[in-house]
Design a protein around this ligand. Structure first.
Ligand SMILES: Nc1ncnc2c1ncn2[C@@H]1O[C@H](COP(=O)(O)OP(=O)(O)OP(=O)(O)O)[C@@H](O)[C@H]1O
Ligand SMILES: [Mg+2]
Length: 376
């Protein structure tokens, strides 16, 4: 029998009620289990709605804990509620130069990119701030994935550009929401920057298993027709998600396993299809996201573990110390972090030489090496 692609493409049978709710950029209307964080960020934004300065805030916590989602949700609401503030969401992985950041603000205010004709950035800033002054509006900028600006070494410049606009342009109603996984980057800020950016901190803790279950079952209701995802299969996906600690993986798994079930012409997703979906991409997404949250030294340690095949912690330490000069305290902290992020397990060994432990990778060594390379 020959396959006719048209039959497949035009087949309207689908398991998805609304597949859009499983796409990465979707912002859910109903945000569960983040009340404290929503409250803290609402308080930080509120002065801006009344013509005052928004409170600078740093949002941090592990991948997939809702940082981006909550900022976007709040910005949507602020835009609806008040004409007194302009909100600009910037992902610094895409926009990581001074020009790119101000271009995004320009786009939001004027609907077009600034001319890229070698004009000094100062003229773009002047245009932005004088419009805000004239219209009597405040500005709040979310710099998501702020760590990228630390890596690019322009974080100080950009924060000062924004938060000291009053000295040159007379505009002082600016607030910055920074978001990143690891707040330890903040220690690298210049003293001068710290004097203008000393943010309130809002931590996004990992979701518990019960919380993940509730969030994912809500998403299932919107995404799939009834009966497609059984309780047993949902539990299985939640366990997988919890063991990796990243809600994004659960959503990715939901979407991929539905596609596998459709391909197999099934009306219900099975555990086997979830496994296939996991191996087919969700697991690698988890690895990629976790590596994003590591600093350079932590990445080198992970890479060393993957390339050397060495597992005994004491031996890894000695060799790693030779290469990098890292001390024992820092080394132990790093191993703890890799364990916390579920990249490795540590296993205690009872041996002749007293207590020692083994560090076991939770992913294939080759996959780790590939991702450490591409995440740079
Ligand atoms: N409380 C929640 N309720 C419903 N969906 C949520 C909630 N928190 C997160 N999500 C969903 O989980 C996914 C990941 O969330 P988000 O992108 O906000 O994580 P993040 O903390 O910004 O992660 P990263 O540090 O990797 O950028 C998104 O698809 C989002 O829709
Ligand atoms: Mg994010």
């Amino acid at each position: 029998m020959t396959v006719d692609a048209k039959d497949i493409l035009l087949d309207e049978e689908t398991l998805f009620r609304n597949g859009k709710v499983l796409t990465p950029g979707y912002v859910p209307e109903n945000i569960q289990h983040r009340d404290e964080q929503l409250k803290a960020l609402s308080y930080a934004l509120k002065p801006g709605l009344r013509g005052l300065n928004p409170i600078n805030t740093l949002v941090y916590g592990p991948p997939g804990t809702g940082k981006t989602t909550i900022i976007k949700h709040l910005f949507d609401q602020a835009n609806e509620a008040s004409g007194k503030i302009v909100t600009v969401y910037i992902n610094c992985e895409d926009a990581n130069t001074r020009f790119a950041v101000f271009a995004r603000i320009h786009e939001m205010l004027f609907g077009t990119s600034p001319p890229d004709t070698g004009k000094p950035i100062e003229s773009v800033k002047e245009k932005i701030f004088s419009k805000l002054l004239k219209e009597d509006k405040g500005l709040i900028v979310a710099l998501d994935e702020l760590d990228q600006l630390f890596i690019k070494k322009n974080v100080d410049k950009i924060l000062v550009d924004l938060l000291k606009a009053h000295t040159t342009y007379g505009f002082d109603r600016v607030g910055v929401f920074g978001a990143m996984i690891d707040e330890r980057f903040m220690a690298k800020l210049d003293d001068k920057t710290r004097s203008v950016f000393n943010p309130e901190r809002v931590f996004f803790e990992p979701y518990t298993r019960d919380e993940l279950f509730e969030i994912l079952s809500e998403r299932v209701k919107h995404a799939y027709y009834q009966g497609v995802v059984s309780r047993k299969v949902l539990d299985y996906m939640v366990d997988r998600t919890f063991s990796l600690g990243d809600l994004r993986i659960g959503i990715d798994l939901l979407r991929r396993s539905g596609l596998v079930a459709e391909r197999d012409a099934k009306r219900e997703i099975t555990v086997k299809q979830v496994d296939e979906a996991f191996g087919g991409g969700s697991q690698m997404l988890a690895l990629k996201n976790t590596i994003r949250g590591l600093d350079d030294t932590e990445r080198s340690l992970l890479s060393y573990l993957a390339s050397s095949g060495e597992e005994v912690s004491g031996v890894v330490y000695e060799r790693f110390k030779e290469e990098t000069g890292v001390g024992i305290k820092k080394y132990n902290e790093m191993v703890k972090k890799l364990e916390h992020l579920k990249l490795v397990d540590t296993v205690h060994l009872e041996g002749e030489r007293g207590r020692s432990r083994k560090i076991v990778l939770r992913y294939k060594a080759q996959d780790i090496q590939d991702h450490v390379k591409t995440c740079k």
